[in-house]
Design a protein around this ligand. Structure first.
Ligand code: SF4
Ligand code: SF4
Length: 278
């Protein structure tokens, strides 16, 4: 049993990761490699190479026994270290137990609606999620996950029991998924359909960038599969924007225009799926 996970950062409250005011926990590590990732510093685990240490203007980083150490109390959060890291990592990630995460959120738990675990890909740490979810629910708060759909929720009833909902990213059609994420993921729609049948799929999301993949094919594939589910999700169609993206791979990405996004929303309309353009 390993209920410890590497945590990139914890946001005490926010309104963009699920309904209501929520605490957000960003895990470190992802099994996909999308060029438009807005949290690229969460993709890889730090290998303690030490390259970022010398760029820290606050002296908050050092190498101790071959490991990079971070002094949170003097860090100015300037992000010079993560801009220097060429491996999509961060020296500020910490291995934490669910109880330590809840300690950080203790003063806001009284008024937030719940906690969302994002990343990175949170389902890389299912034991941590099961333990954290049980604690969050025991405190009368909701527990949501942001996931890339690679995890087999059907095989983890214990996790499903403590999760109120999963907001699932669908990167592209099954055929084009490897070109977008760097990994074949033929079961993402199966995962989504499984959750939708159980009322645990409040939202699916697709980031749209013309030329990266055929978004119309992807959106139609998703709508066709999920429209008849017991609880069809809302479809969030997200315009690619180059904000916060630091990866060289993002240089080839384009922003979609309004007509492109409207056409995708009309596909959702045709299947009776509620959509929102973000
Ligand atoms: S964050 Fe990146 S540059 Fe810094 S020690 Fe880790 S892998 Fe090396
Ligand atoms: S964000 Fe990184 S570089 Fe900036 S002060 Fe903190 S540890 Fe140092």
């Amino acid at each position: 049993m390993n209920s410890i996970a590497p945590i990139n950062r914890i946001l005490k409250s926010g309104f963009v990761d699920g309904p209501g005011n929520r605490g957000v926990v960003f895990v470190q590590g992802c099994n996909f490699d999308c060029p438009y990732c807005h949290n690229p510093e969460t993709i890889s685990l730090c290998d303690d190479c030490g390259v970022c240490v010398s760029v820290c203007p606050a002296g908050a980083l050092s190498v101790c026994d071959g490991r990079v150490a971070w002094k949170q109390e003097i860090c100015s959060l300037c992000d010079a270290c993560i801009k220097r890291c060429s491996k999509n990592s961060s020296p500020r990630a910490r291995r934490m137990r669910p109880s330590q995460v809840l300690d950080v959120l203790a003063d806001t738990l009284v008024y937030i609606r719940g906690i969302t675990v994002s990343g990175g890909e949170c389902t890389l740490y299912p034991e941590f999620l099961r333990a954290l979810g049980a604690e969050v629910r025991a405190r009368g708060r909701t527990f949501l996950l942001d996931s890339n759909g690679s995890y087999d929720f059907a095989a983890d009833s214990a996790l499903l029991e403590v999760v109120d909902g999963v907001m699932l990213d669908i990167k592209a059609s099954a055929r084009e998924h490897p070109a977008v994420s760097g990994r074949a993921a033929p079961h993402v729609l199966d995962r989504a359909a499984f959750l939708a049948e159980r009322g645990k799929l409040p939202e699916v999301r697709t980031v749209v960038s013309p030329g990266l993949f055929d978004a119309a094919v992807a959106v139609e594939e998703v709508c066709r599969r999920l429209a008849k589910a017991a609880s069809p999700p809302r479809y969030k169609l997200i315009r690619y924007r180059p904000i916060g993206v630091r990866r060289a791979a993002a240089a080839r990405l384009r922003e979609p225009d309004e007509a492109h996004m409207r056409a995708l929303a009309e596909i959702c309309d045709a299947f009776g799926i509620q959509s929102v353009i973000a």
